[in-house]
Design a protein around this ligand. Structure first.
Ligand code: XMP
Length: 529
């Protein structure tokens, strides 16, 4: 990240609403903790994901109406194992423990946990006894996903089992004061009725009303942005992606023409992208937009560079310089609006303890606000991607823009393996446009998280007419995902793949072979670089 070391951190904003009914999800190190938080939000309840050892004052300040304890890899009797902090009991609100969370609940309230070296992993059927509000309206037998070693062997005083499975006599428990435990994972897709179960916890047990909606978010955020920004000007860098577009639309609603959007054409964009952004903002939304053509500067800077992280660095630094030069003559600009979203915030806070494990430096323009002495406004800091999209639609952004596939900041440069010369970028752009057209024509665009073409640095022998060719190899990538942390390769129909391959070889000069990437993330990543 090109963050200048001497610069002090830019002041963060505080423009997100806190007046909502709030649930705290306490993270015990689970793989799925973020997913629990998303499910709660999907049920129109605001929630925050906090580490189990969070500063109690921070947790209390949210006045939570309920607490959900996540799973985790530890065993409750291990020395130093995460435990439920005192503030949770002091709140006197309902508590739902999932997997490790249930075991911690049992242990700390006087029950017992049986240790096991063998994991119960995979689908299971649980049967509930029809008496618990947690299972309200659900069929007696449900398919669920189990993933645990240890399990509750002795219930705490006052608790009773309310569901069982073949492997877990206490698949769910209920205790006084709205305290519940689930041995299985309601948050994953493999527990098809898991959303209803979580809804029951929120609505039937915690008695919430569900006041977290795009409309309420917009109204409150607009007032908060106005209060923070006052009469100052705001600048927002548009990338063409949904996060910056929604940020701009929200800020525009708050401060109208005191917002200026800057769109930098870095020469690494997809075909037609600049025109689409101009069309959507200037014409459709009536938001002032400064488009800067800096393609030559970026492509010059990339000459001879093959290392992916080096490319990112050059692009990030060039962006900062171009942006600075563009904004410098503007008067009264004091704020920079950024499309930071909740997963970025959680990841950089290191809830999962892996904040330092940088696989790819995604935040290509870190350091920008400090350098430019701008204060930050980040109105989407509390939102997941699907919430950003709902807010975008509610603000009237065109659907095409709201449901756009994510596109990396360094653009086609990380989709051209090796040197991103202008000619090679053009090959990737043409191939990408064909992939996109065919995927759209097949009606598959909406079902995919991302799809694109990669120009590999392999050369392959082919034959065209009577001639031997020695040409480029294009790799096609299409993935499904709920977020970019994991992804599965998409089972595109063979006919679509065939059309893509045929068109790329026929229409993109110099390409004589197309391959399809059939790896998931992990162990691969979505982008090739
Ligand atoms: P990976 O390749 O790490 O990508 O599985 C996860 C998501 O992040 C996008 N991505 C980037 N976005 N700057 C960005 O703004 C980057 O340098 C960058 N690298 C990857 C990628 O497209 C996917 O959505």
């Amino acid at each position: 990240m090109p963050t200048p070391e001497s610069a002090p951190a830019a002041p963060r904003d505080d423009v997100h609403p806190t007046s909502h009914e709030t649930i705290v999800v306490l993270d015990f190190g689970a793989q799925y903790a973020m997913l629990i938080a998303r499910r709660v939000r999907e049920a129109n309840v605001y929630c925050e994901l906090l580490p189990w050892d969070v500063d109690p004052q921070r947790a209390r300040a949210l006045t939570p109406r309920g607490v959900i304890l996540s799973g985790g890899p530890a065993s409750v009797y291990e020395p130093g194992a995460p435990h439920i902090p005192d503030w949770v009991w002091e709140l006197e609100v309902p508590v739902l423990g999932i997997c490790y969370g249930m075991q911690a609940l049992a242990r700390q309230l006087g029950g017992a946990v049986a240790l096991s070296a063998v994991r119960e992993y995979g689908p299971a059927t649980v049967e509930h006894d029809g008496t618990s509000p947690l299972f309200h309206g659900l069929p007696r037998r449900l398919e669920v996903w189990m993933s645990h070693g240890d399990k509750v062997s002795g219930l705490p005083p006052g608790f009773r089992p309310v569901a069982q499975s073949e492997g877990s006599p206490v698949a769910a428990m209920e205790g006084p004061g709205g305290r519940y435990g689930l041995q299985f994972h309601p948050e994953v897709a493999h527990t098809p009725l898991g959303r209803e179960l979580l809804r029951n916890f929120l609505y039937e047990v915690c008695g919430l009303r569900g006041d977290w909606t795009p409309g309420s978010f917009i109204d409150e955020t607009v007032s908060a942005v106005r209060a923070r920004v006052g009469e100052a000007g705001v600048v927002c860098a548009l990338s063409g992606g949904v996060d910056s577009a929604v940020t701009a639309a929200l800020i525009h609603r708050a401060v109208a023409d005191r917002l200026v959007c800057v769109f930098v054409d870095n020469g690494l964009l997809r075909r037609g992208e600049r025109e689409e952004v101009e069309q959507a903002f200037r014409r459709h939304m009536g938001i002032p937009l400064v488009a800067v053509d800096a393609a030559a500067r970026f492509l010059d800077g990339l000459r001879g560079i093959t290392d992916p992280e080096r490319k990112r660095k050059v692009i990030g630094e060039t962006f900062i310089r171009v942006f600075e030069e563009t904004v410098a003559p503007m008067r009264g600009v004091e704020f920079l609006a950024q499309g930071t979203t909740y997963p970025d915030v959680v990841e950089s806070a290191g809830v999962h303890g892996n904040a330092t494990a940088v696989i790819k430096s995604h935040h290509n323009v870190g350091g920008l606000p400090e350098r430019m002495h701008l204060k930050l406004v980040e109105p989407l800091r509390t939102l997941f991607k699907d919430e950003v999209r709902r807010v975008g639609l509610a603000l009237g952004l065109p659907e095409d823009m709201v449901f756009r596939h994510p596109f990396p900041g360094p653009g086609l440069a990380v989709r051209v393996l090796g040197e991103a010369s202008p000619e090679r970028v053009e090959v990737a752009r043409e191939a990408d446009a064909i992939v996109m057209e065919e995927v759209r024509a097949a009606g598959l665009y909406g079902a995919l998280w991302q799809t694109f073409a990669v120009l590999t640095n392999a050369r392959s022998v082919g034959v065209m007419g009577d001639y031997r060719t020695y040409g480029h190899v294009i790799a096609v990538r299409a993935v499904t995902a709920e977020d970019a942390m994991t992804a599965d390769w998409a089972r595109l129909p063979h006919e679509t793949l065939a059309r893509i391959a045929q068109r790329i070889v026929n229409e993109v000069p110099g390409v004589n072979r197309v391959v399809y990437d059939i790896t998931s993330k992990p162990p691969s990543t979505i982008e090739w670089e």
